[in-house]
Design a protein around this ligand. Structure first.
Ligand code: LAG
Ligand code: CA
Length: 513
């Protein structure tokens, strides 16, 4: 350029900056307008065993339209080979290639979900690397003398430090609660990363930042209890998105969970145990009148707690939670969780299996096949006897497609954070209102329950039930209910009948007249 006066150059330059800012602002608002932030009360869905293409398809066809706010995927990195699901928890490098799909498929899935209004949260295995040596799923050699490509050497692991190092530990954890041991020693058989090292933190941050650059909104920190809270905080500081959504896995009580709350959310283990007790046999649900008292104080703070009924560990190891084999009780428990005000719910969809170790169905080349949902009738069992389950092995449970779950997601959107009112719990039934915005009534009995003038807090009128009618229970052209009709009398009470092992839920948005 021939010399322009200095002022003119500045003028043009600042004009360009202004245009650039304007363009960025448009780009940001157009994507941000679809993607609501993940806030308290948002609904998540753990999609265990779903490959990237299947998650993308589900985001467009079901999750976006039904109002699921975020999904949790399996760990996206390269991993050891095998036909057990837990190969995903033994990373061999941070390359974004796994049996769930390639980097391109992963990036495409994130883009598609975001466009459908669904955030993507991935499972981040940061505490350790693979516990063996060999050839990875992607064909890389790993693990010889604890070398993982150019990323980690022996000296980056606690077992490879000098024996005089205060963080040196070369044995498996046996005291699962003592801070030093649980963070420096090995999750059984898995080499423990020296996350106190700046270098290690930087490698982890690079892995997470790559995902953020592809549009990922958050991370479940796997084995968070085995990383010191400060190490997680230090890694978080290195991330390009300071508002990234974090959920940490801290089993074992509120005290340890509270050490991590400063970093973000925690999984609420107590709620899962509570649900298991409520819904393991008929007529027990009225005990939930005590839940709010339990959840204020004994549980982690409501703002930071993610409630769940089932997760991949409890389901596959057969401990500490209900599963899809609990039939109608499982459905009721999920309805209950979506209705409660405490925490933010995370639903779960995995696949039916016979052996706890079983991985989702794979092709010959090891790639996970596209998810196929079991038919809707699969949940029509009134019993929790596993022999009654009609899920074919390898078929996906897909509770996000159940009418009742769609209905309760919509109900939750309608009531927001409104206070609980009109709590009722007797004779195997439990109900409450949400300050006139909605009312829910759960019948855990094996026979129908007739409500006798129960106060709902709702305006008088006729409502459509979301549990039997789904997320949009009013048929548009005929203005009739797709599910049951519920009448609220002039005094705000209802005397409706609720079928065995089901529930009803009405909201301001489901009022017919
Ligand atoms: C987790 N959260 O803290 C995951 O939710 C959980 O699924 C992971 O364990 C664990 N932490 C480590 O990331 C899973 C399986 C384990 C499996 C492990 C590593 O539940 O059973 O261990 O992933 O693949 C397997 C074997 C063990 C063996 C170990 C190392 O089951 O017997 O010691 O591999 O070889
Ligand atoms: Ca550790």
């Amino acid at each position: 350029m021939k010399s322009l006066p200095k002022k003119a150059v500045l003028f043009i330059a600042s004009g360009l900056v202004a245009i650039a800012i304007a363009i960025t602002a448009v780009a940001l608002t157009s994507s941000a307008s679809k993607l609501e932030p993940i806030a308290k009360g948002s609904v998540g869905l753990q999609m265990f065993g779903w490959n990237w293409n299947s998650i993308a398809a589900e985001c467009t066809t079901t999750l976006g339209p039904e109002g699921v706010d975020w999904v949790l995927t399996m760990p996206p990195s390269d991993h050891i080979t095998g036909n057990q699901w837990w190969i995903h928890y033994q990373p061999t490098s941070y390359e974004l290639n796994s049996d769930a799909g390639t980097r391109d498929e992963f990036a495409g899935m994130v883009k598609t979900c975001n466009a459908a209004g669904v955030h993507v949260v991935t499972d981040a295995v940061l505490n350790h690397m693979a516990g063996r040596e060999g050839t990875s799923f992607s064909g890389a050699e790993f693990g010889v003398d604890l070398a993982f490509g150019d990323t980690y050497q022996r000296s980056n692991f606690h077992s490879g430090l000098s024996e005089t190092d205060p963080n040196y530990c070369a044995y498996d954890i046996s005291d699962w609660n003592a801070l030093w041991e649980r963070t420096n020693c090995q999750f059984p058989g898995l080499p423990d990363l020296a996350t106190e090292q700046t270098y290690v933190r930087e490698q982890i941050a690079k892995y997470l930042n790559e995902q953020i650059s592809l549009g990922v909104s958050g991370f479940r920190i796997d084995a968070a209890k085995h990383l010191p809270p400060n190490d997680i905080a230090a890694i978080k500081k290195l991330l390009t998105n300071p508002d990234v959504f974090i959920v940490q896995e801290i089993p074992g009580g509120v005290e340890i969970a509270n050490e991590y709350i400063g970093n973000g959310n925690v999984w609420a283990w107590d709620s899962a145990a509570y649900a298991q007790n409520l819904f393991s046999f008929s007529g027990n649900v009225q005990q939930a009148v005590g839940y709010d008292e339990m959840s204020s104080g004994n549980y982690p703070d409501t703002e930071k707690s993610l409630t769940w009924i089932s997760n991949h560990d409890t389901e596959h190891h057969g401990s500490g939670s209900l599963t899809y084999l609990n039939g109608r009780f499982y459905e009721l428990a999920n309805i209950w969780m979506l209705a409660e005000k405490y925490g933010s719910p995370m639903l779960y969809t995995g696949y039916a299996f016979q052996e706890g170790d079983w991985q989702a169905p794979q092709a010959e080349n090891g790639l996970i096949l596209d998810a196929k949902c079991a038919s809707g009738s699969s949940i029509n069992t009134l019993t929790n006897d596993p022999s009654m389950g009609v899920y074919e092995n390898g078929s996906f449970v897909c509770l996000q497609r159940w009418t009742s779950i769609k209905g309760m997601i919509a109900w939750r959107d309608a009531v927001g954070e409104a206070a609980k009112t009109d709590v009722f719990g007797e004779n195997g039934a439990y109900g409450f209102g949400r300050s006139g915005k909605g009312y829910v009534l759960i019948n855990s009995n094996a026979e129908s329950f007739t409500a006798a003038k129960l106060a709902t807090g709702m305006k008088p009128g006729t409502y459509c039930d979301l549990v039997s009618g789904g997320g949009k229970p009013i048929e548009a052209s005929s203005k009739s209910c797709l599910g049951a009709t519920v009448k609220v009398e002039a005094d705000g009470t209802t005397s409706t009948e609720v079928e065995a092992l089901t529930a009803l839920a009405i909201s301001v948005a489901s009022k017919l007249n």
